[in-house]
Design a protein around this ligand. Structure first.
Ligand code: GLA
Length: 407
């Protein structure tokens, strides 16, 4: 357990990165399940997105940071060409043929990773044993599936003796989830899980995949509402279909249009006329969020946290009203953060539940003081409304995928 801050009557846990391999449960799980030591391993982080929600699959920019919480995957050879999988979540062993397109559950992510590695000539020839142990809640909008696929891609390529670049790892993980599992996500989660650097936010222009690191000097709290939406994937796919329908109609106006995010801002009146609801609202969110994210990246680069924070509130409002991907619990946390004087707050990730990020200044009033009073105010408001407390943790932007020692 990490450093702990104890405001009156309440404990907040400040988790530490698990940098000591002896504390990774993945190796122990591998040995107790398969009766031998793993050959190699890798870990990758979850993420929160500062700005740029639902822009990635529309060819716009995103601005995520990696979390301290990671998923570790350790691997060893298998004899018969199969994938043998075990996860710390349930401890059950699954044996799958990765060439089989009908794999269900979390095995589908791993099968997708191996199929994509095979295309690059980087899949372990004889099959593999895989143990995964994660610190990320599933379905909380914190990129847990990308942490799994990115760590698995790195570990399995290493088992095959192949060295992939960070971008190749991100590509394998993205295609595993998008093409093989069928979640119509963008590239944000996999890119940040593969490429993040400590202390930096990562600006990704998703149409070109151009990246830029921006030092992050603010303080962030992550407020997990505990609301898990099983339907998130379905809703994400639904929104993506709406965006594609909007592009198809807008092509009648601008035949060259490829990405919704590239619609010219000076032509908004034309867009409003061309699109019926709800396509109009979805498109206005994507285009407004694209402008906000590019402007926000400039502000962040100049250390202007206050105006940057205002963009976070605007982004939340746009997600709530136009993209309709918020939830009452998320709205309540954002409103409480605002009343408590936070620079900014917004839902992070796909939405419909999950978590809010709260941006605070550099530490006015002494380190931890602002965090504590904002965390307490949010907790009180949440308890009053829902009779339970959200989980609040500070975020320290962390590094991306890395090899892990095994034991
Ligand atoms: C999910 C997807 C991402 C992105 C966000 C919304 O997390 O995996 O690619 O589309 O939703 O910004």
């Amino acid at each position: 357990m990490g450093e702990m801050v104890e405001p009156a009557g309440k404990r907040y846990h400040w988790p530490e990165p698990l940098s000591n391999p002896m504390r990774h449960p993945a190796s122990a799980l591998f040995r107790s399940t398969f009766g031998g030591r793993p050959r190699t391993g890798a870990s990758a982080p979850g993420r929160v997105n500062l700005l740029g929600e639902h822009t990635d699959y529309n060819g716009g920019p995103v601005l995520p940071v990696a979390l301290q919480a990671r998923t570790t995957v350790v691997v060893g050879p298998a004899r018969d060409g199969l994938l043998e999988l075990v996860s710390s979540r349930d401890g059950e062993v699954a044996r799958i043929d990765w060439r089989d397109g009908r794999v269900e559950g979390w095995g589908a992510y791993l099968a997708g990773v191996v199929r994509e590695l095979a295309i690059l000539g980087a899949a372990p020839a004889g099959g593999a044993r895989v143990a995964a142990a994660g610190e990320l809640p599933v379905g909380a909008g914190l990129g847990s599936s990308a942490a799994l696929t990115v760590a698995a891609a790195k570990a399995l390529a290493a088992l095959a003796g192949a060295r992939l670049t960070g971008r190749q790892v991100a590509g394998v993980a993205y295609r595993a989830e998008h093409d093989h599992v069928g979640v119509r996500c963008g590239v944000m989660d996999q890119m940040v899980a593969a490429l993040a650097k400590p202390g930096q936010a990562l600006l990704v222009e998703c149409a070109s995949a151009a990246t830029r690191y921006i030092p992050f000097h603010g303080r962030l709290l992550l407020v997990d509402t505990g609301v898990r939406r099983e339907l998130t994937r379905g809703r994400l796919n639904e929104r993506r279909a709406e965006c594609e329908a909007a592009v198809a109609r807008l092509r009648l106006e601008l035949p060259e249009l490829v990405w919704l995010a590239s619609w010219p801002v000076s032509w908004l009146a034309r867009l409003k006329k061309a699109l019926p609801e709800p396509l109009r609202a979805r498109a206005l969110h994507v285009i407004g969020e694209t402008t906000r994210t590019r402007f926000g990246a400039q502000l962040l680069a100049r250390g202007r946290l206050k105006p940057f924070g205002r963009l976070l509130y605007e982004s939340h409002e746009s997600c709530r009203r136009l993209y309709q991907c918020s939830a009452p619990e998320l709205d309540l946390v954002v409103a409480a953060a605002r009343r408590a004087g936070a620079h900014g707050a917004r839902l992070t990730g796909a939405g419909w539940g999950g978590a809010v990020i709260v941006l605070l200044g550099k530490g006015e009033g002494g380190r931890g003081k602002g965090e504590r009073s904002v965390a307490e105010a949010i907790t009180r408001a949440f308890r009053r409304a829902y009779g339970r407390e959200p989980t609040i943790t500070p975020v320290r932007p962390s590094g991306g995928v890395r090899r892990e020692p095994v034991y």
